[in-house]
Design a protein around this ligand. Sequence first.
Ligand code: FAD
Length: 470
Amino acid sequence: MTRIAIIGAGISGLATSYAIEQQAKQAGLDVETFVVEKESRIGGKILSVQEDGFLCEWGPNGFLDNKPMTLDLCRQLKIDPQLLRSDDNARKRFIYSEKILHQMPENGPAFLKSKLISWPGKFRLAGEMVVPKRQPGGDETLAEFGRRRLGDEALNKLISPMVSGIFAGNPETMSLKSCFPRIYELEQQYGGLIRAMLMLAKKKRADIKAGKAVASAAGPGGVLTSFRGGIQELTDGIAAGISGGILSGQGVQKVEQKKDSFSLHLEEGQQLDADIVVTAAPAFAVADMLDELNENSSSILRQIPYATMNVVCFGYQKERIQFDLNGFGYLIPKAEGCDTLGTLWDSSIFSDRAPEGMVLLRSMMGGAANSAAIDLSEEEVKSRTMKDLKQIMGIDCEPEFVKIFRHRHAIPQYTRGHGQRLLELEGSLQNCPDLILTGNSFYGVGLNDCVNAANQAATKVIGRIQQRIL
Ligand SMILES: Cc1cc2nc3c(=O)[nH]c(=O)nc-3n(C[C@H](O)[C@H](O)[C@H](O)COP(=O)(O)OP(=O)(O)OC[C@H]3O[C@@H](n4cnc5c(N)ncnc54)[C@H](O)[C@@H]3O)c2cc1C
């Protein structure tokens, strides 16, 4: 029997524990897993709060169905009947630019008609076709990539809001290769993004003609998917599907390496032994745990910064909002000088997020470019959010319901050099193969990325068990 400890009960830790049990069963291996979680509740960034008839998401409000990992996991757990697809109108996303909300164009003709990008900006964007491919190597930031291939206007109005929507990040510091590896590959493979789009569309048409299966009809972005009771049903469902124990309310302070095993030192003095350890806690927390075991790894882990975030939920009476909330919501480029990064029209995205006759809006404030926002008072957060809602949607009435969530360590930032740092981290842990690192600090922050990384971590664990047996 191999004892495996997983540290952290966010989606990454829970999905790793589940995947280890499933893969061990298939390989006929005898394992005992246990998850250790610092907080008294499980779920990490995932928490769905029901209050006064509103369902407010503390962190993520769903996952995209254009990648299979999370959907597959839901099917395995048999929780897929409870899945809730976002409303079709939630495909309509907006960007607030030059005091106007512009719908994000979904295709070429819509892009030509859109006033989001000026004509010179559109010509510059079309010129992407003739921008030479960058030689591989080095680590370009998202801003450098955007300026080089698409021009300043597209960088400021398209790329920057997208980066703040996904990472709450600053494109001037974030690595293209680490944040959007697919975009990097498309340039390398096809010579540019427009060329890649044309070639991939041609291939898709040929595949359809040949009767081959093609990617989801949901389109490139996929459909945002959650559950009737909120995204927390996902982590609750995984926890229910795990046979091993979950020990919550007990943080790991130190991972000590013994001859052929590890000892986890918990906050209240307890020690737990394990043959293999998987960490799925944030990078800075893992750094603290590994200080004595591997100082070099700790110092690399501490170089992964985190953006802060305030999530501000406002409930209003529907009849008092004149603005048409038909869509997903909007992102705000930094140049607009707003305090918030954007607002999601949560009750339009998923049904039942607000009581009858009410609407629920969720604004994001903070991010890498405004980390001080985390320390603003409740009153200040509320008034600054209301100011933006008034300016952008003309909402000037008091909300009936207010809920503010704070994330001091919201999202890890894959800054320039992130890929190199991960290589160094791998190197520094080479002599410690039974310690495996996963979680959103490394290869993607989306829920699909976390589940994918969890499956890969589980495969590594199974490989190690098989080697230990030999
Ligand atoms: C506001 C917000 C909105 C988001 N929206 C989306 C979205 O819509 N879609 C999407 O796909 N992604 C979204 N994300 C990203 C996504 O939610 C996260 O990347 C993902 O949930 C991270 O999961 P994780 O398990 O890797 O880390 P976490 O959820 O951070 O879990 C780590 C766990 O480790 C525990 N821990 C820490 N220290 C210790 C210790 N010493 N001992 C034991 N345990 C410890 C923590 O308490 C925590 O439970 C969003 C993130 C935020 C913050």
